[in-house]
Ligand binder design. Structure first.
Ligand SMILES: Cc1ncc(COP(=O)(O)O)c(C=O)c1O
Length: 454
């Protein structure tokens, strides 16, 4: 009998997160202070992040225990199902075997609450009053608004202006869960006011919204900043995805040749990929391919520089070595708001620079072509961010067809697109644009990187 999905029970859920740094030959380069550019110590991060998260950020422990209370809230929707895309394989007429982990089952609709819940747990432990954060497409802001309620915290969200207007229902969702949302840049912070004075019509960027959220957090007593991607502790919390998927692939009697995820800051992709990557790093699966897929409108991994850069536009966050298109870069207003971040998770960049992983970029019309092909076979209407992973899977499945190879492809379906239907509507009306990023614009954006001798 054909099996379509692989389900775990609550008893099978991971009890520990996996920290990939423990299995890297060398750790990624350390963070630098945003003002002095000297090495950053854990104390420098104390005004910004809860202490327990700072400890996780610098931890070299391979396994970190998931507190029971965090596991309990995750049980609201986890373990998440793993599907075999039989119908899509048939439609594509490919010999490839395609599997996907479906993270759209969480109440906010994506993988993001996997870390939001953990962060709120530690914030409450520290006695905080609230978390300030940024959001692009609104998935992260929704996840944090959702999570704060379970731990009695307040939530302030700076939402990139373009998405604030493109996705009004995401704002309503955040407000339903008690979050307070403002478009960014806003007049509530110095960082926002400076940008608005330069360009009152700006569509905003994640880099600006991060600056506003950090400023809000450090200028309000009892508040700290919550980040939804990029840093080690976020990627760590997301490994529940891959740890579950490994068990489910075992149930299916398969092991992936290629693992794929879309990457904005890299958290959902790393969440799925890293537990499999452990097998590559420790030598049991040396040929495993790990693929991170970005937007051509914000091509940090495929066209950016691997260099030290600030994590935010106002240069208040840590400086880190990463693939970047420059902290001041404002990407074209593509619908995949969550892929409009100028940098990338340092651990992913480290793997890329060691040629242990690969990266790819796609334009928005082709990713919507792929999302439609997937929706018509598998039913799920995915977020535009997720559609980038789907396009890569599509290309790999077609390559298998051409070569007559039956590779096993696993990808992370990071979220549903139910609040992105205006983007689908634009695609149907042939109103979507592809944005070609000119080389000189990219060069200008990369002019203001810090100079750090290594
Ligand atoms: C559904 C979905 N997938 C992917 C992303 C990209 O973020 P990350 O690379 O951290 O997973 C986002 C970000 O908003 C998202 O909402």
């Amino acid at each position: 009998m054909t099996q379509y999905k692989y389900l775990l029970t609550e008893k099978d859920m991971p009890t520990h997160w996996y920290n990939i740094v423990a299995d890297m030959e060398t750790p990624p380069p350390p963070y630098r202070h945003p003002a002095t550019l000297e090495l950053l110590g854990p104390d420098d991060l104390a005004p910004v992040f809860p202490q327990a998260l700072i400890e996780q950020e610098v931890s070299a422990e391979r396994w970190i225990e998931i507190p029971e209370e965090v596991q309990d809230v995750l049980k609201m929707w986890r373990p998440a199902p793993l599907y075999r895309a039989h119908r899509w394989e048939k439609q594509l007429d490919t010999p490839a075997r395609i599997y996907y982990k479906w993270e759209g089952v969480s109440p906010p609709g994506s993988h993001k609450p996997n870390t939001a819940i953990a962060q709120c747990y530690y914030a409450r432990q520290e006695g905080l009053e609230g978390f300030a954060t940024e959001t692009g497409a609104g998935q992260w802001g929704s996840a944090l608004s959702f999570a704060t309620q379970f731990f009695g915290l307040k939530c302030k969200v700076f939402m990139v202006t373009i998405s604030y207007h493109q996705k009004p229902y995401r704002r309503v969702m955040m407000e339903t869960w008690g979050g307070s949302v403002v478009p960014s840049p806003s007049s509530e912070t110095n960082a926002g006011r400076v940008i608005l004075a330069q360009d009152p019509e700006t569509t905003g960027s994640l880099g600006i919204a991060i600056s506003e959220a950090i400023e809000y957090a450090v200028t309000h007593d009892g508040w700290k900043y919550s980040l939804g991607s990029v840093v080690n502790f976020v990627l760590l919390h997301q490994t529940v995805i891959g740890l579950e998927a490994k068990k489910q692939m075992e149930m299916a009697g398969d092991y992936p040749d290629i693992v794929i995820g879309c990457a904005g800051g890299g958290s959902n992709a790393a969440g799925l990929i890293y537990p499999f990557m452990q097998d590559k790093l420790t030598g049991t699966k040396p040929n495993l391919r790990a693929m991170f897929v970005e937007s051509s409108a914000c091509p940090s991994m495929t066209r950016g520089q691997y260099a030290y850069d600030w994590g935010d536009t106002a240069k208040t966050g840590p400086v880190t070595k990463m693939h970047t298109v420059g902290h001041g870069f404002i990407p074209a207003p593509v619908h995949a708001g969550g892929l409009r971040y100028h940098g990338m998770a340092p651990t992913i960049c480290h793997l890329l620079s060691n040629e242990q992983a690969e990266a790819r970029a796609y334009h928005q019309i082709e990713i919507f072509d792929a999302a439609h092909s997937f929706a018509r076979a598998e039913g799920f209407i995915v977020a535009p961010e997720t559609a980038h992973a789907i396009k890569a899977v599509y290309d790999e499945a077609m390559a298998c067809k051409e070569a007559g190879e039956d590779k096993v492809i696993l990808f992370n379906a990071s979220g549903h697109g139910h609040f992105d239907l205006s983007a689908y509507d634009a695609y149907h009306g042939k109103d979507l644009l592809d944005y070609e990023l000119e080389e000189d614009r990219l060069e200008r954006a990369l002019e203001d990187l810090p100079e750090i001798a290594e």
